[in-house]
Ligand binder design. Structure first.
Ligand code: PCA
Length: 197
């Protein structure tokens, strides 16, 4: 079987849950011909990317797919690209607030996901759920993880991708869009299956 390392994040920004980890942990252990290795990441710059790179090496993953929460989005969004920068008004879970430092010196400003982003998006839509491409993963910890993985595996056969997911209904208290845990998990399963073809 092929090995898929799939990660979600711990809650951050005052939330008590993070749908990314709840959805990842609810997935079956095999999807199509992938065996899933699940890991929860800290919402902390560097620590998250170091943990996922170590797990990818240890499991000898064929594909690394990280999932994160993007409150306010209405669709499940595979990410097209990551930027070589750490910058956000929000502090990470260790209280670190960064205003624009490079993730990797002497590395490209941006890197493209190496999973089939358009195909994954189409697959999410084909099971009747909202899916859309997002053209970059932001500048916070999720982007740090995607950029660091893409840079680390740039000369290898390991495929790397990232999907942001909306709030759960209980988080969407100010009228923001949301999807249920079942819907998010079904969208992720469709996206994984589309990489299997
Ligand atoms: N979302 C944040 C970090 C953790 C998460 O789930 C982000 O989009 O960077």
């Amino acid at each position: 079987m092929k090995k898929l390392l799939i990660t979600g994040f711990e809650p951050f920004g005052g939330e008590t849950v993070n749908p990314s980890w709840l959805a990842v942990s609810s997935l079956p252990d095999t999807v199509g011909s992938f065996r899933l290795y699940k890991l929860q990441l800290p919402t902390v710059y560097r620590e998250a990317s170091e943990a996922v790179i170590a797990a990818a090496e240890q499991t000898k993953a064929d594909v690394v797919l990280c999932i994160g929460q993007a409150g306010g989005r209405s669709a499940v969004t595979p990410e097209y690209a990551a930027l070589n920068v750490r910058a956000a008004k929000l502090a990470d879970n260790k209280g670190v607030c960064l205003a624009g430092e490079r993730i990797a010196p002497d590395a490209p400003d941006g890197l493209f996901a190496t999973v089939p982003v358009r195909k994954m998006t189409d697959a999410i839509r084909s099971v009747g759920l909202p899916g859309d491409i997002s053209y970059h993963a932001g500048t916070f910890v999720c982007n740090d993880v995607l950029y660091s993985l893409l840079f680390h595996f740039r000369n290898s056969a390991v495929k790397v991708g990232f999907i942001h997911v909306p709030f759960l209904p209980e988080q969407a208290t100010n009228g923001q869009p949301s999807l249920t845990l079942l819907e998010i998990a079904a969208a992720l399963e469709a996206a994984i299956l589309s990489m299997d073809e």
